[in-house]
Structure formats: C-alpha cells, structure tokens
Design a protein around this ligand. Structure first.
Ligand code: SF4
Length: 352
C-alpha cells in the first residue's frame, strides 16, 4: 500500500500530529490513525494511505451526481477511494466508506492515468465521488490540477466537511460541487453522522462565494430528519447563503446499511418537502429517487414552462435556447454549460 506524506498537518509535542483537512482536526498519537482511518502518524509524520488507491471507476451521467444545472447531458468520469469523515448509518456506499485502506481491492492509478481514462471515455469532467473526497485531499489536488491543464472539469460530491485551509487549497481547481446537507439540526448531525453541522454550512456557503457551481442534496429519512420546522429552516439558510437560484435536491431514502429496517420515505413526504422549498422561494427544487415524478423536471420559475424533462438521470425533453434562456418567456435560466445530447433509452429526440 503506498504512503505519501500528508499535507495540512502540524507536529505537536511527543511526536503527536494534528491534521487540518477536515473539521474533526484529529490529534493523532504516534502509530495511530485519524477518524477517517486513512491518515497515519508514523514517528511524528502524517501519511495518507489512499494516494492513488482507486476502488472504483465509472462513466456516469452528470445528473447522477446529482448536478442538474452543470453541463446537462454530459458524462463524468467517477472515481473513489475508501474512507469517510462521517459514520452515517444509512450510507449506501458503506462497503467503501466505512472500511479501512487494504480492506477492499483498489487499483493504483496515477493522476495521469485518470486523465487518460477520462479522455478515452469522452467525459467532460472528473467526479471525486462515492466515498468522501475531502479526505483524499492530496490525490484530488494533483488530479484536479492536471485535469484543469487538459481542459477537463472537476466535480466534488462531498459531505462538505472541509476546513477553510483545505478548501483554500482545492477551491480554485473545482468547477462544481454537490454538497450533502444531511439535515438542519446539530443534534441529528452529532448523533448519526458523528460530526457537526456548522462547518458544513460554512464550507458550502464559501464554495458558492468562491464561484464554484454548487447544488445541494438532502436525503429525507422518515422520523430522523423529516421535521417540517427543520426543512423550513434549511430552505431559509439555503436562500440566504446560497441564493434562490442554487438547485436543491431532496432525495427519497431507501433502506440501507444499518437502517435496513427503516421503511422507504413515503413519496408524499418528499413531494411535501419539495412544495415547502418552492413555497419558501427556492426556484429549482428536485426530487431524487422517485423516477417519473414531475419534481425531476426543470420549470421556468417565471412563466412555468417545462424547460427540461427528466426520467431518472436521463433528459427526455429540452426546451431552452442554445444560451440557456426559456424558449417561451426568454428569461435567463442559471445553467452552466451547454446541453450535450447523451444517447438515452428514454430520449424523444432524434440523436444526431
Ligand atoms: S481528514 Fe479529518 S478525519 Fe481524517 S485524519 Fe484528518 S482531521 Fe481526522
């Protein structure tokens, strides 16, 4: 297993070290690892155990990240490592997020190889995804730097648990981020994620402030984070800090990992949460994991015209001008990039 000296740590007394990549800011004894289990203190030096350790690669629709307002219809080259700074009991990717380096098979891929594969598969972007990419900091930095030089976009799919120092290093290389804001309740974050909500909110707002294209996702889980008061407060924060044009995704929970005994979120709960978000003033609110629901579509917030019809990750109708204005009322719609007509099982277009 490769080891590379980590960035962003300080040496303390008696060869202890303090990592500053995520807000846990772990103090690690000699021989010990941080909460994410991917950083080890060896004789007073901190090493990452996951540099170049790639556990999965996939060519995904950008809509799967989910990013609905960023190069719609394009493909993204998705890569992951192992580990996470959170301990969410509903994690669908627990087989890579809640294990340690060496527990699962990983290919050793240099950043150059990721660029080659991204080009080979005709992908517009690289997504650092599936497990938490913030703890993959050194590798994400090197790969993103190379991608930027090659005109490839960089996407983070993240829990947003990043320190200002780490964000400062990576922000200039990241084009878009989907941040999981898992709920709007500190007690919920502490009990289930074993982390704090505040730093997630601060980092998400800072990403937006720095010009990164941001979309948020909230998985609504029955009885855990579906309180109407919390959803209203989440929407109010979203509008105040990210603005009403920042897309919000509200996803339906399905039983997984340690919550396999919790039933799926009723569709009515998701639809009600979406209605609440729209009523609060968020202009682009999407439902996730409810294929075929009208909440997957984009409507013009001004004239209500259907602009983009989706089925799951597929775009099935497109009614925007080439420069992303509503074809009916002419208002500008905040979408980064142009539509790439990816072949789709559900497309009603003639794919030329
Ligand atoms: S990345 Fe976060 S969890 Fe991992 S060692 Fe550093 S501070 Fe701890």
């Amino acid at each position: 297993m490769p080891e590379k000296e980590a960035s962003l740590y300080t040496v303390l007394e008696d060869s202890y070290v303090k990592c500053s990549v995520c807000p846990h800011r772990c103090t690690i004894r000699p021989g010990g690892k941080g909460i994410c289990k991917t950083r080890i203190n060896k004789n007073g030096k901190l090493f990452t155990l996951i540099y170049g350790e790639v556990t999965s690669t996939a060519v995904d629709p950008i809509e799967k990240k989910p990013l609905f307002h960023f190069w719609p219809g394009s493909h993204s080259f998705s890569i992951s490592a192992v580990g996470c700074s959170f301990k969410c009991p509903w994690c669908q990717n627990y087989h890579i997020s809640q294990v340690e380096p060496g527990d699962v098979f990983a290919d050793q891929l240099e950043p150059e190889r990721i660029i080659e594969l991204t080009k080979k598969h005709g992908c517009k972007s690289i997504s650092y995804t599936y497990n938490e990419p913030i703890i993959w900091h050194e590798y994400v930095l090197d790969t993103a730097r190379l991608a930027r030089k090659e005109g490839i976009l960089n996407v983070l799919v993240t829990n947003g648990y990043i320190t200002p120092e780490a964000l400062n290093e990576v922000a200039g290389l990241i084009d878009a981020a989907n941040v999981d804001v898992k709920g709007f309740n500190e007690a919920f974050y502490r009990e289930y994620c074993k982390a704090e909500l505040g730093p997630v909110l601060d980092a998400t707002a800072e990403m937006k402030r720095r010009g990164i294209h941001v979309e948020t996702t909230t998985l609504i889980i029955p009885k855990l984070n579906d309180d109407q008061k919390d959803i209203i407060e989440l929407c109010q924060w979203h509008i105040e800090k990210l603005g009403p044009d920042t897309p919000m995704h509200l996803s339906r929970f399905y039983p997984a990992y340690q919550l396999s005994n919790v039933p799926p979120t009723p569709v009515e709960t998701i639809v009600k949460a979406r209605d609440t978000a729209v009523k609060e003033g968020i202009r682009y609110v999407y439902v996730g994991n409810v294929p075929g629901d009208a909440g997957e579509n984009t409507y013009c917030p001004f004239c209500k015209q259907l602009l983009i019809e989706r089925y799951g990750y597929d775009i099935t109708q497109w009614h925007l001008t080439d420069d992303n204005h509503c074809q009916k009322c002419g208002k500008s719609i905040p979408i980064v990039g142009t539509f790439e007509r990816r072949p789709s099982r559900f497309s009603r277009f003639a794919l030329d």
